[in-house]
Design a protein around this ligand. Structure first.
Ligand code: ADP
Ligand code: MG
Length: 650
């Protein structure tokens, strides 16, 4: 009974917790910004942080001897800590240092090595154990893009758990449709390191289509035009019988809203007669920041900061124009004729930069139809991922409309043959899940094994393709050349991850690899990262327990104060003093950061005020029944109980 007095939950909060009972979330892990969303009351919504911000800038600043800072706060001090602040980590996911050579020229941070299969950044870390150095040590820690992404995911995970009031059941994470095996595997690994159960990876354009509920139509062709901060992606989706298939993809990995900022900064330099040579790095940064703010203003205003929208439009027109080539090619790859809008059933705008009116106008003209843009283009991918997560994690006993999401293999998958020639087993743009089988034979006399080399790419020779994995099938009895029959099976699962199996048919010998691509991480490396992530886990846990204890204490204090104000006269002087002392002790504890002490004193106060709560109940009942018959009273009490139980169940 006493509990009822204090169990005053925020009405909105408790409702949210119940409505999102599934606790599966969708995450848009973006190059520039990331978001997390869930389905609430049958509608997907993005979850804000404590300050109401939905977008989490994909920036992580590493510090010596402290947990990394993620998001806007990391970005804000990026100029001060250029080496320790990693932005755009997504560009390096599943990439080796050699692949990343062109991208890295534009980055302010440092790379640890040019060797090995995985990019590593040099950031601030704890002092080396043997060196005896003290204080922050820059460059003493190496992190991979996977770990950086894991920090971002972990931040979103904590945000979601706080909003939903408990541990998550799982997450759907989005990836660009063109991500190859290594990049997909790297994203999954990042999720695992962040402690998320990755229910599925979902292509970003497919997520956007789901957010618009296009799966409810029976069929159609859709173009998804995604202009983010530094990347442009175009995808053509085909919907048949409620099932999506990515027909083609294209884009430009060095084109986005950030280019608008640079164009506008140049415009400002010209207008203000600034001497470009005299600008140091921080002045340049400040100018770019100003340009970005002006760009955002010009999305809704005709003029800002001495620049008109027409001037901005002119400055960015050549940049926007560059998206046309990729769009036309993607349409052609999907078997459509560019310029014939009638062949498309919809064009979807994705990415913050598609807010710019000139971009919208361009897209409309290019595709010959008005694009869908009424769902916030920043959020649309996360919202769609939440829809998918809800389907995947939803109650199994309920009938659910399955959206079987079909994606395509973005690059052909093949095997190396004699002479370094590539035999394509699964051609580019095949829908997944998919599989293919092919039989090969021996080249040399008495060959007792095969070397299998799995490659990805469109070119004909091994050197020009990306090496995914190598494995061997050994122990075949010597046979004449051409006698052995090697059957090779390629399977690509719904996440786009490849498994290759080889079987020699005359002997039944088999071997297989799950393509842990050569640019991915080994299990040991993942374990090591998991281990390192525990380094700060304790710290994170403490912060969370403290926050929870504070919320609970505040709630009890507020309820108790209200009760004292209303019915304080029911208490004897001594009892009242005792309660006031209890309140004082809890308030003292709240000024500190010992969560256990806050909890203890909250419980003490709760226990101590039980008699008061009972007095209030009795007084309340007495007030309600003043002067009635006992029989009536019992009925009333029963009735009151019934109502209470009913309330409790909602
Ligand atoms: P990503 O997919 O790369 O993570 P986003 O979809 O978050 O990126 O897009 C970020 C880009 O959108 C930035 O260049 C940002 O300046 C731009 N942007 C965001 N809001 C607006 C706006 N109101 N007007 C113009 N550009 C915007
Ligand atoms: Mg994006």
């Amino acid at each position: 009974m006493a509990d009822a007095l204090y169990d005053i939950a925020e009405p909105g909060e408790s409702k949210a917790k119940e409505a999102c009972a599934g606790r599966a979330v969708g995450i848009d892990l973006g190059t520039t910004n990331s978001l997390v969303a869930c389905v609430r009351d049958a509608n997907p919504v993005c979850l804000p942080d404590g300050e109401g911000r939905m977008l989490l800038p994909s920036a992580v600043r590493y510090r010596a001897g402290a947990a990394p800072i993620v998001g806007a706060e990391a970005l804000r001090d990026a100029a001060k800590f250029p080496h320790d602040t990693i932005v755009s980590a997504k560009r390096f996911m599943g990439r080796g240092p050699k692949d990343a050579e062109t991208t890295r020229r534009f980055t302010p941070y440092e790379f640890a090595t040019m060797e090995g299969p995985v990019v590593r950044f040099k950031v601030a870390g704890p002092p080396p154990k043997d060196g005896g150095a003290e204080g922050p040590v820059s460059g003493s820690k190496e992190v991979t893009p996977i770990e950086v992404s894991a920090e971002i995911l972990r931040t979103l995970k904590v945000r979601a758990e706080q909003a939903l009031g408990g541990p998550l059941d799982g997450a759907v994470i989005t990836v660009p449709a063109y991500f190859d095996d290594a990049q997909r595997q790297a994203t999954k690994d990042a999720g695992r390191i962040a402690g998320l159960e990755v229910l599925r990876l979902l292509n970003e354009p497919t997520a956007a289509a789901l957010a618009y509920g296009l799966d409810k139509k029976s069929e159609g062709m859709f173009a998804v035009y995604d202009l983010g901060g530094g990347t442009f992606d175009i995808s053509i989706l085909k919907l048949t019988g409620g099932v999506f298939e990515v027909k083609s993809t294209g884009g430009d990995t060095a084109l986005g809203g950030d280019d608008f900022d640079r164009a506008l900064a140049e415009l400002l330099i010209g207008k203000r007669g600034i001497d470009e040579g005299a600008l140091d790095a921080s002045a340049r940064r400040a100018l770019l920041d100003e340009a970005r703010a002006l760009k955002h203003e010009l999305t809704t205003k005709d003029a800002a900061g001495g620049v008109t929208r027409a001037e901005l439009d002119e400055a960015i027109a050549p940049i926007i124009q560059r998206t046309a080539t990729a769009c036309k090619r993607a349409l052609k790859d999907a078997g459509l004729t560019p310029g014939n809008g009638a062949q498309l059933d919809g064009v979807i705008l994705v990415g913050g930069a598609t807010r710019v009116p000139a971009v919208r106008a361009f897209v409309e003209q290019l595709f010959g139809r008005e694009p869908l843009g009424d769902i916030d283009p920043d959020q649309v991918v996360a919202l769609g991922a939440a829809v998918q997560a809800d389907l995947l994690a939803g109650p199994r006993d309920l009938p659910r409309e399955d959206v079987l999401l079909l994606d395509v293999v973005s690059l052909s998958l093949g095997l190396e043959l004699m002479g370094g020639v590539v035999e394509k087993i699964i051609p580019r743009n095949s829908t997944i899940p998919t599989g293919a089988k092919q039989t090969f034979t021996t080249y040399a006399e008495n060959q007792t094994g095969f070397d299998l080399h799995v490659v990805q790419g469109e070119r004909e020779t091994v050197e020009q393709c990306r090496s995914l994995a190598k494995f061997q099938l050994k122990g075949i009895p010597p046979m004449a050349a051409g006698m052995a029959r090697l059957e090779v099976t390629f399977l690509v699962d719904a996440d786009g991850i490849l498994q290759v199996m080889a079987k020699e048919l005359t002997t039944g010998k088999e071997a297989s690899v799950q393509v842990k691509p050569s640019y991915g991480l080994t299990d040991e490396q993942i374990e090591q990262m998991l281990y390192e992530s525990y380094e700060y886990a304790e710290q994170d846990l403490k912060a969370r327990q403290l926050a929870e204890a504070r919320v609970e204490a505040d709630r009890i204090l507020a309820a108790l104060r209200a009760a004292l104000a209303a019915d304080g006269q029911l208490l004897a002087r001594d009892d009242r003093d005792e309660i006031d002392r209890g309140i004082g002790r809890l308030e003292d504890a709240l000024r500190g950061d010992d969560h256990a002490m806050i909890r203890r004193r909250t419980e003490q106060l709760d226990f101590q005020t039980k008699p008061f709560a009972e007095k209030r109940m009795n007084a309340g009942i007495a007030r309600a029944i003043g002067g009635h018959q006992v029989g009536e009273i019992e009925q009333k009490v029963e009735h009151a109980k019934g109502t209470a139980e009913h309330e409790g169940q909602r």
